[in-house]
Design a protein. Sequence first.
Length: 136
Amino acid sequence: MSNIEQTLSIIKPDAVERNLVEEIKNIFIKKELNIKESKKIQITKDEAAEFYKVHQSKPFYNDLCSYLSSGPIVVMILEGEDAIITNRKLMGATNPKEAEDNTIRKLYGISIDKNSVHGSDSIINAKKEIEFFFKN
Ligand code: IDP
Ligand code: MG
C-alpha cells in the first residue's frame, strides 16, 4: 500500500553558502520526493532555539542555535512515498564522517555541526516542523 507523507527539510547555512541548493534539491527530486514548498529565509537565534527545543539539554544546543541562525537557509516541504525515512536515508548519518557513500552529508557535510541538511525524524515532528515554518 502506498504511504505518501510530508516531511520538513532544511538546507543549512553551510550548504546554502556553498551554492549547493540546486544540487541537493536534485537529489530529492530524483528519488521522487517532490518539493511542495520551498523558501529561502534567515531565522533569528530565538527562532532556532524554539525549533531545536528538543535539544535544549544538550551541550551543543547554544552553538547549534547560533549556527542555524548564522546565515540564509532553505526550508522545504518534501512529499512522497515514506518521505520521512526516505529523506533520512538520503541525508545519511548526523556525522558526515560516519555517513554512507552518496548520502547528502557524505557528499557535502563539513562536520557534525555543519552537516548541510536537517530532516524530520518522525511523523509527529514532521507535522510540528512543517507548521513551524509554513503555517504561521
Ligand atoms: P540529526 O540532524 O541527524 O537528526 P540530531 O541528533 O537531531 O541529528 O541533532 C541535531 C543537529 O545538532 C545535528 O544535525 C547537528 O547539526 C547537531 N549536532 C548533533 N550532535 C552534535 C554534536 O555532538 N556536536 C555538535 N553538533 C551536534
Ligand atoms: Mg534530529
